[in-house]
Design a protein around this ligand. Structure first.
Ligand code: GLU
Length: 257
């Protein structure tokens, strides 16, 4: 299987912005093992801005564009340094790819990206992708890594996109506010009713929320790719997903008859 796994800042870093060592170690170990089992793995990783905040001892997410870009420039190094160290322990080679909206909108550049990805996967490299936060401006921003994950998954014709988040899946209501909110296990179509279940933004240091996840689902489902939203607090959950267990919310890609 060709699998794209997207991890949010809340999985990789503590609310302080400092590395969540336990989560990152477990994530890299499980992804290495999934790769060893013969799957192709692509990681879409957030965390550049969050970790830049931690490293620069910033108490809040920067509000200005240069502030965010500077934090991302610092944090992206920390992120890749950590991934390289952890994946090397399991003998896996990683590659960094940073994209902007213009790279994926322009057909020539998108094609180049896909060509590079195919080559990396052919060489058994594990590509790690993030938005190029240091250079993006409003005009060329993708904006969130759920959408980026969907663009990557459809570009490389992945079989499955997994969004690891700080929530178990899509609920009928916000479970942080409504205690009897129910998890929706499977979705075949994004209806206005489903969209109404998506609240606003997620955590204080990340970007996404349910709305961006549903947008990602729409993108991949249209191309026949499945997507799962699951809780990334224990990356061992990836084994259960690949074993076919009903985990989180699964969005079923449209299959041609
Ligand atoms: N690209 C951003 C970062 O690495 C995160 C975007 C997102 O979390 O959706 O900090």
């Amino acid at each position: 299987m060709r699998i794209v796994v997207k991890v949010g800042t809340s999985t990789l870093a503590h609310p302080t912005g400092h590395l969540n060592i336990r989560h990152m170690e477990s994530l890299c170990k499980v992804l290495s093992d999934i790769k060893n089992a013969g799957n192709e793995v692509i990681l879409v990783s957030s965390g550049a801005i969050g970790m830049g905040m931690g490293k620069l001892s910033l108490r809040e997410r920067p509000s200005t564009l240069p502030g965010k870009q500077a934090a991302a420039a610092v944090g992206q190094c920390e992120l890749m340094y950590t991934y390289d160290k952890l994946f090397s322990e399991y003998n896996h080679i990683i590659a960094q790819i940073l994209l902007t909206g213009s790279d994926v909108k322009d057909p020539v550049r998108r094609n180049n990206f896909v060509g590079t990805m195919e080559h990396l996967l052919h060489m058994a490299v594990l590509p790690i992708i993030n938005e190029n936060d240091t250079v993006v401006t409003d005009e060329i921003v993708i904006g969130d890594n759920d959408t980026l994950g969907a663009i990557v998954a459809t570009s490389v014709k992945a079989d499955l996109l997994i969004l690891l988040s700080d929530i178990d899946g899509l609920f009928t209501d916000d479970p942080r506010i409504v205690p009897d909110a129910r998890l929706i296990p499977e979705i075949r179509e994004i209806t206005p009713e489903i969209l109404a279940h998506a609240g606003g933004k997620g955590s204080a240091i990340g970007t996404g929320g349910m709305a961006t996840k549903l947008k990602a689902a729409e993108i991949v489902m249209a191309e026949g790719c499945d997507m799962i939203i699951a809780n990334g607090k224990d990356p061992l959950i990836l084994y259960d997903i690949l074993d076919g267990e009903a985990i989180g919310t699964r969005f079923i890609g449209r299959k041609e008859n």
